[in-house]
Design a protein around this ligand. Structure first.
Ligand SMILES: Nc1ncnc2c1ncn2[C@@H]1O[C@H](COP(=O)(O)OP(=O)(O)OP(=O)(O)O)[C@@H](O)[C@H]1O
Length: 291
């Protein structure tokens, strides 16, 4: 007889440069030992969200495991929205920013243990112009870097450094008007980050106040590159010089770039130039197994 306890594993076969065989082996071992009925879905890059949602509705697994990068995690979270299921993450992307924020930067073994354990949190998402951001999205400098890096032929740290220098030379500040439930801010900006989480995939903490379950997101508004303010961020300090850096916690925001369009990225994916963004928190979006 088949087990009533079911697990769906969603694997992105092309994410990162990661061999998925070890992940399969560990999960087959674990589900076998715990008496789970394991189903596997390999993403195709086409209509994956709809297919995964149908599978979740039909199979009704206790857990859905994701072996992929941030893009695949976000895809599965959207497919699982409103369905009672725990998402377990097996980091297997190139940057894995979300996994780092969940404290999952160790081995496949650690990730598999965490994915099946009892500790879970209900995390928020941010809706931005109808798209979902679980991690960090921004307009300005970093989004241009994401674009340049996506278009470059050089990978790894050296490629990143080269694109960073190019980005710094190309980038221009823009004028932005931000309306929140409490205030309107008008300023010139180097970057405006819409942050549900704390850290970029590089491990750099950009939003020390970030808590993915607090029903709020942060807007980090930086006006120029500044060594001391950057050092404060890295040290987890939130007492910024408001002339240079401002961080506000909000439930919603309307952001308008009113002198020119700005580059925009969501969770590491470049989205093009924008002049208006509408962002609001979606509380308790998905339940995730965490260490
Ligand atoms: N079988 C497939 N063939 C080609 N592309 C695929 C396939 N499955 C998924 N994709 C694409 O993979 C992308 C998501 O990749 P994902 O973010 O998981 O990994 P990554 O880019 O390596 O990692 P990270 O986001 O951490 O940098 C999506 O654009 C999706 O369309």
């Amino acid at each position: 007889m088949l087990s009533e306890r079911k697990v769906l594993l969603v694997v992105n076969p092309i994410s990162g440069d990661v061999d998925k065989d070890v992940i399969f082996e560990r999960i087959i071992e674990k589900t076998g030992a715990e008496g789970y009925d394991l189903r596997i879905y390999s993403t195709t890059g086409e209509n994956d969200q709809e297919t995964i949602r149908e599978m979740l509705e039909n199979i009704r697994p206790e857990r859905v495991l994701v072996a992929g990068g941030d893009g695949t995690i976000s895809l599965v979270a959207q497919a699982a929205y409103g369905i009672e299921v725990i998402m377990g993450i097996i980091p297997a992307g190139s940057a894995n920013g979300l996994s780092v924020d969940f404290g999952l930067s160790g081995s496949v073994d650690q990730a598999v243990e965490v994915a099946f354990a009892e500790n879970t949190v209900l995390i928020d998402a941010v809706s931005i112009n109808g798209d979902i951001s679980l991690h960090l999205s921004d307009i300005g400098l970093n989004a241009l870097l994401v674009k340049n890096y996506e278009n470059s032929d050089m990978r790894g740290k050296l490629g990143y450094a080269r694109e960073m220098l190019k980005t710094l030379s190309e980038h221009e500040n823009f004028l932005v008007r931000i309306k929140t439930e409490n205030e309107t801010i008008e300023t010139d900006a180097l970057i405006v980050i819409i942050a549900n989480a704390q850290k970029y995939g590089t491990g750099v903490t950009i939003n020390p106040a970030g808590d993915m379950s607090d029903g709020l997101f942060e807007l980090v508004i930086a006006k120029k590159l500044d060594f001391i303010e950057t050092a404060k961020i890295l040290a987890g300090n939130t007492d910024f010089n408001p002339e240079i850096m401002q961080v506000i916690s909000v439930e919603r925001a309307d952001i308008e770039c009113y002198d020119k369009e700005a580059h925009f990225q969501i969770d590491g994916e470049y989205k093009g130039l924008v002049s208006k963004l509408e962002a609001h928190i979606l509380k308790g979006y998905v339940r995730v197994a965490v260490p």
